[in-house]
Unconditional design. Structure first.
Length: 294
């Protein structure tokens, strides 16, 4: 089988490429950085250097593939982040149509049911819609939960202020480790037993912010670490103060508000996966502690 993987050698794409190569498949990995070529070839895959903003490049790379894995790489300097994400989805759809690819596993997100009000995830909703215009292509949209790794952004806040938090956290929300996302992507691409357009949620645990603070605090020797629920304005100004571009800060604040209201996770809780991933918050807490003390 021939596969094309987007996402270069990221936390999901790298193990995905490794697994598909190990199973005897021909794998091409798209990367925007030529310097990643050697690392991709070390996996036993072929590197295709180019931009996901280039439809002609994507079409050429996708041609001959049995299946592709699509994800939208982050672009923090986009003037309109949602529109950028949507346009990458449209690029993928255009290239897949011309190339004649019949199977797509697409990385989206919890909250992907929201066409507005979910920050960058509303962009992923639009990207899903763009791919869904391909009526003769089988598409599996993966909607993973909030990444545990996102919590690492709080290390500085804990060290300097003795708190952790966000403009959400009172209501429980789903979390997941990238290793569990990769495992699902490997399964879906290896089996290719999905038809039509379908959605699969991926989560490893479900916690409130207060439970997260207790678990992570205990792991770093601060069992009384408090989770602080910030206002949207405090969250926005904090993100800008931390160096994020205003467009990105606004989108993250909007996403946090959607988590706070419960809407971000509403469709997830209505369609919980039958089995949660292997990695729980307590497991990730060990990674968090190692990063905190490094």
């Amino acid at each position: 089988m021939k596969y094309v993987i987007t996402g270069s050698i990221g936390n999901i794409s790298k193990p995905l490429a490794q697994a598909l190569v190990k199973a005897g498949n021909y794998v091409t990995v798209i990367t925007s950085k030529k310097e990643n070529t050697a690392a991709i070839e070390a996996l036993g895959a072929t590197a295709a250097v180019g931009s996901v903003e280039d439809v002609d490049f994507l079409t050429k790379t996708f041609t001959g593939a049995d299946a592709v894995y699509t994800m939208v790489p982050p672009k923090y300097d986009a003037a309109d982040w949602k529109s950028y994400i949507e346009n990458i989805g449209k690029n993928y759809a255009a290239a897949i149509k011309v190339a004649g690819v019949k199977y797509v596993v697409n990385l989206s997100s919890v909250g992907g049911h929201m066409n507005t009000g979910a920050g960058p995830v509303s962009g992923l909703h639009r990207a899903e819609n763009a791919l869904n215009t391909l009526t003769d292509v089988n598409i599996k949209h993966l909607r993973p939960a909030y990444f545990y790794a996102n919590l690492l952004a709080n290390v500085g806040m804990i060290k300097h202020m003795g708190i952790i938090g966000g403009n959400f956290g009172e209501k429980p929300f789903a979390l997941v480790h990238t290793a569990d996302i990769a495992a699902v992507a490997i399964e879906e691409l290896s089996n290719l037993n999905f038809t039509g357009h379908s959605i699969r949620y991926i989560a490893g645990d479900e916690k409130t912010g207060f439970e997260i603070a207790k678990t992570l605090g205990s792991a770093i020797g601060q069992p009384d670490l408090p989770w602080i629920v910030f206002t949207d304005e405090q969250s926005l100004q904090g993100a800008i103060g931390a160096g994020l571009p205003e467009e990105v800060a606004k989108n993250y604040t909007e996403m946090g508000a959607a988590m706070a209201s419960g809407e971000m996770n509403a469709d997830y809780f209505n369609n919980r996966p039958a089995t949660l991933g292997k990695i729980k918050l307590e497991d990730f807490a060990k990674e968090f502690a190692a990063a905190f003390h490094s």
